[in-house]
Design a protein around this ligand. Structure first.
Ligand code: B12
Length: 230
């Protein structure tokens, strides 16, 4: 039952189907549950939020990435899938908020300048909120100075930076330089993520941690709270 619901959820995302009224990419699937309905069913059946995020949404987008890379999917297909993930996440949001205990620390989260990718960042934000962190999400294409100003204004403990393009990861370095310039670097831990980034890149630009996925992000943040070096 659980595996079937998660498999159907993945498929609805691969088909770019948000609602039961949507058609789908490869065949006419009108009337079959879409991402919204399947996410609601998953919650009703008591499937763990983390499993819905990981085995439903995350795995589906990883597959979308593979299909795009192999030429099977084009940009509109990716967009349709991204929108399906977006509406599913809206369904999950209030449930993740409910899980929140006392806040463990404040995150400023942003996709760096000139980068519009936000699915991974949003999943990270949801998981962090679910784990009890407060998250101020600045959105996408956020200039370094704006990120640093938000850190100062919010008194943040963590900065989470996302970049999905080879051409935008350098703005992570710029953001860290801006934090240094504004005398904020020592006040925050900087976590970075996104497909082109790596632990080596994190070390090179002076970030505190590279996280391969949202689970690693929560683990790293919790380790920093405990005083670990990650
Ligand atoms: C969906 C998608 C899009 C969507 C984005 C929709 C959206 N709202 O995000 C659209 C269609 C808009 C898009 C546009 C473009 N895209 Co695009 N896109 C993708 C795709 C298929 C999936 C990305 C994704 O969502 N993955 C799923 C999520 C869950 O994974 P993730 O982002 O890696 O996030 C996880 C971890 O990395 C980590 N993480 C991520 N961020 C953070 C942040 C922190 C703080 C932490 C701790 C962890 C963390 O945790 C996340 C959750 O587990 C990838 C292919 C791929 N395989 O990645 C291409 C890809 C990233 N895109 C690519 C390209 C080239 C583009 C365009 C330039 C295409 C074009 N010619 O217009 C534009 C650029 C637009 C712009 N200026 O940003 C290339 C990048 C190549 C490169 N290395 O530079 C890729 C790799 C496709 C490819 N194989 O060529 N794209």
């Amino acid at each position: 039952m659980k595996e079937q619901i998660l498999a159907d959820l993945r498929e609805s995302i691969l088909q770019g189907r948000r609602h039961a009224a949507d058609e789908g990419l490869t065949e006419d699937l009108v009337g079959r549950p879409g991402a919204v309905e399947l996410t609601k069913t998953a919650l009703e059946q008591g499937i763990d939020l983390k499993e819905i995020l990981a085995q439903g949404l995350n795995d589906a987008m990883t597959e979308v990435g593979k299909r795009y890379a192999s030429g099977e999917y084009f940009i509109p297909d990716m967009l349709a899938a991204a929108e399906a993930v977006g509406v599913a996440m809206e369904v999950l949001k209030p449930h993740l908020a409910q899980q929140k205990e006392k806040t463990k620390g404040k995150f400023i989260l942003a996709t760096v300048e000139k980068d519009q990718h936000d699915i991974g960042k949003n999943i990270v934000g949801l998981m962090l909120r679910g784990a009890g962190f407060e998250v101020v999400d600045l959105g996408t294409d956020v200039p370094a100075r704006e990120i640093a100003s938000a850190v100062a204004a919010e008194g943040a403990d963590f900065v989470g930076l996302s970049a999905l393009l080879d051409t935008t990861m350098r703005y992570m370095r710029k953001t860290i330089a801006e934090l240094e310039k504004q005398g904020l670097r020592e006040k925050v831990k900087v976590l970075i993520g996104g497909a082109p980034t790596s632990p080596e890149f994190a070390a090179e630009i002076g970030a505190d941690s590279h996280c391969k996925d949202a689970f690693a992000a929560v683990a790293a943040a919790e380790s920093f709270i405990r005083g670990g070096k990650n």
